[in-house]
Design a protein. Structure first.
Length: 400
């Protein structure tokens, strides 16, 4: 019988793990330097908890059988679990806000073809904070994380769910739902073919085209005859972009403003963003000011914002920057005879205490010396310690 993994599951072999850890260690250093602390939430939750916020389709959750009447599911993302964990804890004392939390673990989703998928994410949630500084912190933290792993040519596609929602609300009510659906799908053709009054159709097409360099988009928006009542929202977004450009080198090439960027579900309440690089979406996030209220006993909510990094996509985009070989051991310790085994273990233990040595291997067979040397060369081990039963050590350097 051939035993295979389920479709969507994967084994990470040592080189995969080394590359993954290379990325994770650098990202976590950045998270921690900004004051974020790690949280670990359960892999299994009640299905109703995972889907309560409205951003997760129950059909996308891998559901589990249990003896209780409640349906359980594997987490498809982290925001809902963190919101559940902290909703009732925030606000009990002034020191609890804001909470800076980060995570790094696997998530599970059911695909449209009914197969499962396991992937890895790292991300942050800033709970109980709103305004320009909080939004700016998240964008700049994301930028520093991507720069720390030396990701080339990345761009943040920035939208604003609140402003885009307000722009849609300027449409006559009977057309809003159709235009919103087309906007979420970036379907310009669908809007062109809609049976709309000419001025309404022209405005809807303006919304689809609100994408490009931030200052150009904001300039077009400010001069539109439709947006005279949205000066506050436009001014806020301009201030955020000014903050970004004043604190981030080469900022103008890294940020694309896209006010047609939105989701089909009503989840985000402020800025929303994706990070694109070489045809990969390596990160996404946004502001969700109402979510914690869903999980609070008295429906009290707290403004919050976060992002997640898709580690597999990031690993693919980074392939040239990642380690291509595994770290080799520094020494191969060889017991010359069976009487020397204890001395060989003792010498290996002594070598492992030296700070500059990464790893020590023991030869596990009694083989011809030339065979042992060939074995050391094949594994890239540069030094052999030949151990005698009396504890004497003969060191030999191998040409790799």
């Amino acid at each position: 019988m051939v035993h295979q993994l389920p479709t969507g599951a994967k084994d990470l072999l040592p080189l995969d793990v080394a590359q993954k850890r290379w990325i994770e260690s650098r990202i976590q250093q950045v998270f921690q330097s900004w004051g974020y602390q790690r949280i670990i939430t359960p892999t299994v939750e009640h299905l109703r908890s995972l889907t309560a916020g409205g951003a997760v389709d129950p059909e996308a959750v891998i559901q589990l059988h249990s003896n209780s009447i409640d349906i359980l599911g594997l987490r498809p993302e982290f925001t809902a679990s963190i919101a559940r964990a902290y909703a009732a804890r925030l606000g009990s004392h002034v020191a609890t806000c804001p909470q800076r939390l980060y995570y790094n673990a696997n998530v599970f989703r059911r695909r449209a073809n009914n197969t499962s998928e396991e992937s890895f994410q790292a991300g942050v949630e800033l709970l109980g904070a709103s305004g320009l500084l909080a939004d700016g912190e998240i964008l700049l933290l994301l930028a520093e994380s991507l720069d720390r792993v030396e990701l080339p040519d990345w761009q943040i596609i920035l939208g604003d769910a609140r402003l885009t929602g307000a722009l849609l609300d300027l449409l006559p009510e009977q057309y809003r739902a159709k235009v919103r659906q087309s906007l979420a799908k970036l379907d310009r053709i669908a809007i062109t073919e809609m049976d709309l009054p000419e001025d309404v159709k022209g405005y809807a097409l303006e919304l689809v085209d609100l994408r490009g360099k931030p200052k150009d988009v904001l300039s077009r928006l400010s001069t539109s005859k439709w947006t005279s009542g949205l000066t506050g929202e436009i001014s806020y977004l301009k201030s955020l972009i000014d903050l970004w450009e004043s604190t981030n080198q080469n900022a103008s090439d890294r940020l694309i403003l896209d006010l047609s960027f939105m989701q089909t579900f009503d989840y985000y309440t402020g800025i929303v963003f994706d990070v694109a690089c070489n045809n990969y979406v390596v990160a996404q996030g946004g502001r969700y000011d109402r979510l914690l209220g869903v999980y609070h006993p008295q429906n009290v909510s707290y403004p919050s914002i976060g992002f997640c990094i898709n580690l597999e996509d990031l690993q693919q985009a980074l392939q040239k920057q990642l380690p291509q070989t595994l770290t080799t051991s520094s020494w191969l310790v060889v017991a010359k005879t069976s009487d020397a085994m204890q001395a060989a273990f003792a010498h290996a233990a002594k070598l492992r205490q030296e700070p500059q040595i990464e790893a020590i291997e023991l030869e596990l067979e009694f083989r011809d010396a030339d065979v042992v040397r060939d074995h050391a060369r094949s594994r890239g081990i540069p030094q052999i310690a030949w151990v005698s039963s009396d504890g004497a050590i003969d060191s030999e350097t191998i040409a790799i």
